[in-house]
Ligand binder design. Sequence first.
Ligand SMILES: Nc1nc2c(c(=O)[nH]1)N[C@H]1C(S)=C(S)[C@@H](COP(=O)(O)OP(=O)(O)OC[C@H]3O[C@@H](n4cnc5c(N)ncnc54)[C@H](O)[C@@H]3O)O[C@H]1N2
Ligand code: MOO
Length: 397
Amino acid sequence: MARRSVITLDEAWERLLSSIAPLEAEQIPVDESGGRYLREALVARRTQPYADLSAMDGFAASGEGPWAVIGEARAGHAFDRALSPGQAVAISTGAALPQGADRIVVKEDASLAQAVLRADPLPTPGRHIRRRGFDFKTGDTLLAAGTRMAAPHIALARTAGVGTIGVTRRPRVAILECGDELRADPVDCPPDGLPASNGAMTACMVGSVGAEVSSRVLVPDRLEAVVNALDDAKDADLVLTSGGASVGEHDLIKPALERAGFTLDFWRVAIRPGKPLIVARRGSQLMLGLPGNPVSTFVTAFLFALPALRRMAGSERALPQPINLPLAGVLPAAGTRREFLRARLSPEGATLIDERDSSALAALARADVLIDRPIGAPVQAEGALVSCYLLENGAIA
Ligand SMILES: Nc1nc2c(c(=O)[nH]1)N[C@H]1C(S)=C(S)[C@@H](COP(=O)(O)OP(=O)(O)OC[C@H]3O[C@@H](n4cnc5c(N)ncnc54)[C@H](O)[C@@H]3O)O[C@H]1N2
Ligand code: MOO
């Protein structure tokens, strides 16, 4: 085998991402934009707040007290006359201050007798007042193109008076699981079969970056069947296969992809797990051949499929973002491939999970982070900082 052709992860990332452009834009309701990437900057069409508002329930008062209470201002129901010094109105949180009001007496400090308001302690002028436009003003750029819309962005866009936004359309993903041993039904599975799990796992992962699964099929270990399944996947933006990526007699993905009109870009990356990764293209369509061992499938989907989909979906920061975390125990010396080690997270830091077999799903399911272990790294002591990628497996909440 031509071992030379194994490339580094950094080269693989560069080659993968440099060839992917964002898909077409579409207009969608802001309310449905969670997880989507903004195509153009979001500009405010309102000033927020639209007027000086009270931040507390109590009274809006003019000048020094005591004050005569002459009415009420509620959120959505402004008091439409100006106050003169010595006058006040009851006010609720979020209501506009009447003209002339310059201080807020919070309810807890107020005493009211025969419509005369006194305060103890005396209010500080300007305190508890949210000034007009302090959050943003009409015309302000609030979000940059490429922002991934999350809950706060949706609230911001609505508050800015925006109802629909331009986002990049969702990438469509066709998932092919290859292997004669695989069974679709995990319940009704013969003893010598294996419930297919990579397809459901990767479907869940691609959903987390806003992509949609356009098809999911099990494919037997026959060249014709793999070629046909690849042909059937023509309308997908990304074809994800699992299994059949290695050098075994029944590892058919490489011969099949060429028959189905794909051109191989590269095969094999110097990482563990996941070395036999395949990247190929057919026109604008990308194909990732993920290794079949489930942990390898997970790690390569995390390192390649998700960044590719983020880029297609319009993200400007497609790669996973590492953070440094302290080790909660010793980390043994690294090997000759860049390794992505499964680890648990506690307040003390990351603890390596000993079971490292690339088919060990129970160990993978316990992992909260992947430690990114460079080639040849020395033994590292407890407390040393290591580069990690957070997983969504439960450490966060
Ligand atoms: N002689 C060599 N053998 C292997 C090498 C090598 O370099 N030389 N590499 C090993 C590595 S590393 C990996 S990873 C695997 C990857 O192989 P394949 O992509 O060809 O995967 P399969 O052989 O089809 O399956 C491997 C394993 O995973 C199970 N599997 C497959 N698909 C699914 C699925 N959809 N759901 C659940 N489990 C699945 C399958 O039953 C096998 O047990 O190759 C090594 N061999
Ligand atoms: O790289 Mo394989 O993915 O080690 O099991």
